[in-house]
Design a protein. Structure first.
Lengths: 434, 408
């Protein structure tokens, strides 16, 4: 009931000083708009690529490099060698696991060779689809046995199925890649983890691949691989992919409980030791096991410039807030007369304080509306950029709500001090000077 | 000055708030200006090649499952491609190269000046390889030594383990890093730690920007090796500036005419440079917009407060006028008062600017800000403060002396 009255008072007060009110709404709006634009970009870029599972998926690292140049505590290579990846896969120590690499395939559509085009592919193991919750429109992933038997089977995206066959129901169709024929066993729907966490060497915000093939099949047919290759010692002549001293494969393992994680860490150490005894490894066990979120931060996925822009926007918001504090102080002190009359008529300090805060909240709401318009415009500008993440920068419901909450809270925070000062004025003295 | 300070003592809170706002603005604006200057400098780095006369193309093969033996060797195919490209009207010469300055990706490697000596190693050196005529076609200017001789071009690919060609051209900057104060001509460079792979410097390029500019390693850390062909490399054409667009359009047709089993992308090199700096340009605009908004918000704050003070002191102004102060005196009073407050903020702000820069250096790949940037921030805020206070001060100077005799 009192709230309605305060709202009325606030509205009258704001109307009486339209220019000052306008200045405050504009200042808050600018601060909120700039901050929300940058926070949204950060929010998109730091989003959990696989919600609900990111804490259960782990990326192991091993160190098969020679003793030369070894310094203790140094990070192992970012990727695994072919042999280690296959060994970890066959060890089957996790709930699910998949070794993988990016690749390029030449798709020859049913329309004929003249329509051939190159596409990004992923060579991986059967568990990839269950482990990463990949949604299927029709069919399923291939079976584990297909991996070992080097079956010529493929999973493709709905987009590619539509393009090649004019339908998403492409299970059983023939997919010709270069010289070889594959059978489509599954068609996957919308799946776009951001960032491209499972293989950052393809670009942090790369798009998901459109063709998935069993790793052993693809390597058996000498298909092209893509992504970073790190070699030590001498470059092997010919195909570096199966060489003992080139790391180029990603590996993910699902571990559901802390006990499983501990066991897996131990397994990696034991594995390194056994490889050292075999003479393959030279260094003392140097292993890492990061989950998705840790892996993204280990790789500094969010570009420094974006963090810098976020900081800049927050600095800007801070200045806008200090500005709001100053302007509100002026405004409230200027209204000393009104407030003194209210106090003299019996309003308590608390109710005057509440009234002033309501007025500030109303200003903040106005600032939120201006900020939202500015943020919408700002994000539109961001989307015009060529950076890979730019196209993803959109306000979602959560960020929309956050805009208003931030605007109102920031203004209320800024109003606390001026309102407190205004309540402390002596009504008697103010009335006397009038 | 004394009366101003005495008056300000009655408004400690407001003075503090304005000074704080000025200080924050000053710290942010100074750092933002420095960032803009830094990026502008990066964007104006010389590539060392003929920016406005190059067109480049890349072909990626399609695996159509035909018998690969029928396609001939990679070298013969590249030669056929180059011959066809040189026939396009407007093309003056054409070569193959693995990369170009600011092309984005290149081959990075370690080099040694003394084999096996870890201290003589330099990492992240960019290796350019080019086919005969590369130096002339790209327009690379040599400050010392000579271009490669025809017999120096060899069959070489760093990924095959072959020894490199015996001759190398280094950039002036790389030479200064490898042999400070010495004549680089004739010096050996080792491309592996064992000392088997050696090349001798025959020329020094005045400028040749890296494929990718990184503040951490310097920007001209490249060397050029003469090769016969570049597997999967770029076709780089020197073109009459006015023919660039037509050559770019003709390339896909000409190359697929030689071998249709591939996809072709062609680019005008000056566009490649512009695209490389797209992010920097966007950042500069963003910084400019934020600086503008910050200054606007701060100015609004100053206007709001000064107006309030003028209104609050109307009577005092009237009394001063009645006692003989001129309009100019009143103006001067408010301008001086503003100058004092802004100076307070600026002093704190400059300290903040240096602190912010140090913190940013710790966390991001930024340079130390030269102190010469500090006066820029200070002057901007002083000017802003004086401009913002001008209107309220004018209003104050128009308060008539008669106000002194009235109660408000």
């Amino acid at each position: 009931m009192m709230f309605g009255y305060y709202l009325d008072l606030a509205w009258r007060s704001l109307k009486r000083t339209p220019i000052l009110t306008g200045l405050m709404v504009l200042a808050i709006g600018l601060g909120i708009g700039a901050s929300m634009t940058m926070l949204t970009v950060l929010h998109v870029m730091t989003a959990d690529p696989i919600p609900g599972k990111s804490a259960k998926l782990f990326y192991p690292q091993l160190d098969p490099q020679p003793m030369q140049h070894y310094t203790k505590g140094e990070n192992p290579p970012d990727e695994l060698t072919w042999i280690d990846a296959i060994n970890l896969l066959h060890a089957h120590k996790g709930v699910h696991q998949a070794a993988m690499s990016g690749g390029i395939v030449t798709v020859i559509p049913p329309q004929g060779m003249t329509h051939a085009f190159n596409l990004d592919a992923r060579y991986t193991a059967a568990d990839f689809f269950t482990m990463f919750n990949v949604p299927f429109v029709s069919g399923t992933g291939w079976a584990s046995s297909d991996d070992d038997e080097r079956a010529r089977v493929a999973v493709i995206t709905r987009k590619l199925a539509d393009k090649l066959y004019g339908t998403a129901q492409a299970v059983g169709k023939n997919l010709r890649l270069g010289k070889y024929d594959f059978r489509v066993v599954g068609v996957i729907g919308q799946w776009h983890p951001v960032p491209h966490f499972y293989d950052l060497t393809m670009g942090n915000y790369a798009k998901p691949e459109q063709v998935y093939l069993p790793l052993q099949t693809a390597m058996g047919l000498d298909f092209w691989t893509t992504g970073a290759v790190q070699c030590w010692g001498h470059f092997p002549s010919g195909n570096p992919t199966k060489a003992n001293d080139c790391a180029w494969m990603q590996f993910w393992v699902q571990l559901d409980t802390p006990a499983q994680v501990r066991a897996y860490r131990q397994f990696l150490v034991n594995y390194s030791e056994s490889q050292k005894q075999l003479g393959r490894f030279q260094r003392p066990p140097n292993t890492r096991l990061h989950n998705v979120v840790q892996w993204l931060s280990y790789n500094h996925v969010v570009p420094g410039s974006v963090q810098l822009e976020g900081l800049l926007a927050l600095g800007f918001l801070l200045v806008c807030l200090v500005n709001t504090v100053a302007l509100l102080l002026v405004k409230f002190l200027r209204r000393g007369g009104d407030l003194a009359v209210r106090r003299a008529m019996g309003a308590s300090k608390r109710s005057v304080f509440a009234q002033l805060l309501v007025e500030a909240a109303l200003t903040g709401l106005g600032g939120g509306v201006v900020g939202l318009l500015l943020a919408t415009f700002g994000l539109w500008v961001v989307r015009q950029q060529t950076a890979a993440y730019a196209g993803l920068a959109r306000l979602d419901g959560a960020m929309l709500g956050a805009t208003f909450v931030l605007a109102v809270c920031a203004t209320l925070l800024a109003a606390l001090f001026p309102a407190w000062r205004a309540c402390r004025l002596m009504p008697a003295r103010l009335l006397k000077t009038q | 000055m004394h009366p101003i300070i005495a008056a300000l003592k009655h408004h400690k809170t407001t003075v503090f708030l304005v000074a704080l706002e000025i200080a924050l603005t000053c710290a942010i604006v100074t750092n933002a200006l420095f960032l803009i200057g830094d990026r502008l400098a990066a964007m104006h780095m010389m590539t060392g090649v003929a920016d406005n006369e190059l067109v480049w193309a890349q072909a990626s093969g399609l695996d159509l499952g035909r018998d690969s033996a029928a396609n001939g060797s990679a070298a013969a195919k590249a030669a056929a491609d180059l011959a066809a490209l040189r026939g396009i009207p407007g093309v003056e010469s054409g070569v193959m190269s693995n990369s170009l300055p600011l092309a984005g990706s290149g081959w990075r490697m370690d080099v040694w000046t003394r084999p096996g000596d870890k201290h003589s190693a330099l990492d992240n050196v960019f290796e350019f390889v080019g086919t005969p005529g590369m130096v002339k076609t790209l327009g690379i200017k040599l400050s010392e030594g000579r271009d490669f001789l025809p017999q120096e071009y060899e069959d070489y690919n760093p990924f095959s383990g072959q020894p490199p060609p015996g001759s190398v051209i280094v950039t002036r900057a790389l030479a200064a890093q490898l042999w400070p104060g010495e004549d680089p001509l004739g010096k050996p460079i080792y491309l592996d730690s064992s000392g088997n792979h050696v090349a001798h410097v025959v020329g020094v390029a005045q400028h040749l920007l890296d494929p990718r500019v990184s503040t951490a390693h310097g920007v001209e850390r490249g060397l050029i090796l003469p090769v016969e062909t570049v597997d999967g490399g770029l076709y780089v054409l020197r073109v009459r500036p006015d023919a660039r667009a037509s050559v770019k359009r003709a390339i896909p047709r000409v190359l697929t005419g030689v071998d249709p089993a591939r996809t072709i992308t062609a680019h005008i090199y000056s566009r490649t440079i512009a695209q490389y700096f797209h992010g920097d340009r966007a950042m500069i605009w963003l910084l400019l917009v934020v600086i503008g908004c910050l200054l606007a918000v701060t100015a609004l704050g100053v206007v709001g407060l000064s107006s309030f003070w003028v209104q609050q002191r109307t009577r005092q102004i009237g009394i001063r006028r009645a006692l003989g102060a001129t309009r100019t005196d009143i103006m001067r009073y408010f301008l001086a008062e503003n100058f004092l407050i802004v100076s307070l903020g600026v002093v704190a702000g400059l300290a903040g600017a240096v602190g912010l820069n140090l913190w940013l250096m710790d966390h991001y790949e930024l340079h130390r800000m030269p102190l010469a940037w500090l006066p820029a921030g200070a002057v901007i805020l002083w000017l802003l403060g004086q401009l913002a206070v001008l209107a309220p001060a004018l209003r104050a100077s128009h308060v008539p002396p008669v106000v002194a005799t009235r109660s408000v």
